[in-house]
Design a protein around this ligand. Structure first.
Ligand SMILES: [Zn+2]
Length: 606
């Protein structure tokens, strides 16, 4: 009897406890007990400037001030070298009477080679072991027989468009064997027949030479035989070429793999989408929950990716207050359930907006998208305050750091409204590349004067186009950033009408697998972590010391490890102050953890 009474009491307490648990759970109390944090701080900057007195590596850039293409190339090379913390020494063609001392390489950013006054000195520089990069579509009447021979060309013909890409050489990191056919991606090159001993690095799909090298004496010429494109692809190509300037060329990169999910978490469309329903037998909500999201989480695990999700509260088109909280509980439940799973998987929550109406006044290019235009910055702020309340209620204390503009449109007023309402915002993530005529928010990778970061996205989609993949892989070569985005509802788009969920699933996996195979050294990062990495990359400085025995990097003003790429064919027997990883026959990834970093070459190389 006594035992029975005890059981009743135990049961009573369990039932009561469960009741309280569910009641508290409904009140979201547990969300508040274990708040998610997004505000890790950077460590102290390491290293001293003791070595700032050592000279930076110097690269000479000869250009033609009278030619737009040449000035543009000079600008690009200078930007790359500046970000690599090397010195670009500018020399206009006509003033190039003699070569400066102590050069780490020469870039000739014009095809008017025979007009360079110090050409004999340049030829001697190569004969003695130097490397010269020639960037420009060749033109036959600007060459001499001797120059043709040195550059490795038999003959040069007319300029024309060549389509697609092949990468037979190893100039790029991770791209040997890469290639794609394309009816839209073309390069304007001069028709060139090469000497048999020339080594081809990059060609069009039908094998026409775009980049090649040719030995002369102890040194080498590299030719990039193309007209400047009006996109940013050349940054990767030129970085890969600069990497050939020295037998041990070293440069820092950001090293981050970013993956954005736009419009997520967001209200899930009601009902079913015919094509998905036909294929999977599921309505849209179930499809998200049971197929799409598990596949995303699975990919994150399998391919080492961290997601940054961009929250949206409603798909309403309201642009004037008052912005009422959604009465629809399912959207909020989505924010709770998907948001928690995203955070648990190491991801981050950023924002996309209260709704999907781009934060821009009338006439800002969003009209053709059918969006309403905002009357004032005040209205934008009011909508953002509602978004803030919405997120804060579920994730109290969680700092919002990143923003992606809907449809990649953001006005200065919109940017200011964001700053006013979300003072912890650190990352604006829009697009890297696009047509200048499109009024979209195109960005370069940089830290703004107010400390916020511009971190563009380079490619998109579950089955990205080869042209976009090429662009992303070029950016990885340029500054070590992989940046990609998708939308949960992409399979509903008109562009996707020929794709099944199975095809998208496969496309997603194949792409991430290819990225890992080619660039397995890239480290996954959320947008906030990306901002830390970017700040560190731009703030740090270093000097290089080379000797027959090895290589030293004196590094300072860094608060987290810095990644450097080393292009060298030498073997490494020991490393101090960090780690080293061989990634291909002629490339290493160096992780500099201490201010004094050194590698020692293997003996037989000396
Ligand atoms: Zn969107």
């Amino acid at each position: 009897m006594k035992g029975f009474k005890k059981e009743i009491w135990v049961t009573f307490f369990i039932v009561a406890a469960l009741g309280i648990f569910f009641q508290l759970n409904r009140m979201d109390v547990f969300l508040h007990i274990n708040p998610w944090s997004n505000n890790a701080s950077m460590g102290e900057a390491a290293g001293k400037e003791d070595y700032a007195g050592l000279p930076r590596e110097r690269v000479l850039v000869i250009y033609d001030a009278g030619e737009v293409q040449s000035v543009l190339r000079r600008h690009m090379i200078e930007k790359i070298l500046t970000e690599q913390k090397k010195e670009a020494v500018r020399l206009p063609l006509h003033n190039a009477g003699e070569l400066p001392e102590d050069l780490g390489g020469i870039v000739v950013a014009t095809n008017r080679l025979k007009d360079i006054p110090c050409l004999p000195e340049i030829e001697q520089y190569v004969a003695e072991g130097g490397t010269v990069l020639v960037l420009s579509q060749l033109q036959d009447d600007l060459l001499t027989d001797s120059l043709r021979q040195k550059l490795g060309v038999l003959s040069v013909g007319q300029e024309h468009n060549a389509y697609g890409v092949r990468v037979p050489g190893s100039m790029y990191i991770g791209l040997q064997g890469f290639g794609f056919d394309s009816a839209v991606y073309s390069t304007s090159i001069a028709e060139a027949r090469l000497l048999p001993e020339s080594e081809v690095e990059v060609t069009s799909a039908d094998g026409q030479p775009v980049v090649w090298s040719h030995r002369d004496g102890k040194g080498r010429y590299f030719v990039c035989n193309k007209r400047e494109r009006d996109d940013k692809n050349s940054y990767g190509m030129y970085t890969a070429m600069l990497g050939q300037l020295h037998e041990d060329y070293v440069y820092p990169v950001m090293n981050m793999k970013l993956y954005f999910i736009d419009d997520f978490p967001s209200p899930v469309p009601e009902g079913k989408f015919e094509r998905i329903y036909q294929e999977t037998g599921m309505n849209t909500a179930d499809f998200y929950r049971k197929l799409w999201w598990p596949e995303m989480l699975n990919n994150g695990d399998k391919y080492n990716v961290k997601y940054t999700g961009l929250v949206i509260e409603t798909y309403g088109s309201q642009v004037k207050g008052e912005f009422a909280p959604l009465s629809d509980g399912s959207a909020r439940l989505g924010l709770i359930v998907y948001g928690r799973e995203l955070l648990k998987a190491g991801g981050e929550l950023g924002i996309h907006g209260y709704n999907h109406q781009s934060l821009a006044p009338a006439g800002y290019g969003q009209d053709h998208l059918g969006y309403n235009t905002w009357e004032s910055q005040g209205d934008m702020e009011e909508s953002l305050r509602e978004l803030k309340r919405y997120i804060e209620e579920v994730y109290p204390g969680y700092e919002i750091h990143s923003y992606v503009p809907p449809s990649n449109i953001l006005s200065p007023e919109g940017k200011q409204a964001l700053k006013n309402v979300f003072p912890h915002l650190r990352v604006y993530a829009s697009l890297y590349n696009g047509l200048a005529t499109a009024k979209e928010y195109f960005q370069n990778f940089r830290v703004n004067p107010d400390g916020t970061c511009e971190i563009p996205r380079v490619s998109s989609g579950y089955v990205p186009l080869p042209e976009d993949v090429w662009e992303n892989y070029n950016v990885i070569n340029y500054n070590g950033v992989f940046s990609h985005f998708v939308h949960p509802d992409e399979m509903f788009y008109e562009e996707s009408q020929n794709l099944t969920w199975e095809m998208m699933k496969k496309g997603m996996g194949d792409f991430l697998s290819d990225v890992n195979t080619r660039f397995g050294w890239l480290e996954p990062a959320t947008a906030s972590e990306g901002a830390d990495i970017m700040e560190n990359y731009f703030a740090m400085d270093y000097r290089l010391e080379r000797s027959p025995e090895g290589l030293k990097i004196h590094c300072w003003n860094f608060s987290r490890p810095v990644t450097f790429i080393l292009r060298s064919r030498k073997g490494i027997v020991s490393v101090q102050g960090g780690r080293v990883q061989k990634v291909q026959e002629d490339a290493y990834v160096l992780t500099v953890e201490q201010p004094e970093f050194a590698v020692e070459w293997a003996g037989e190389q000396q």
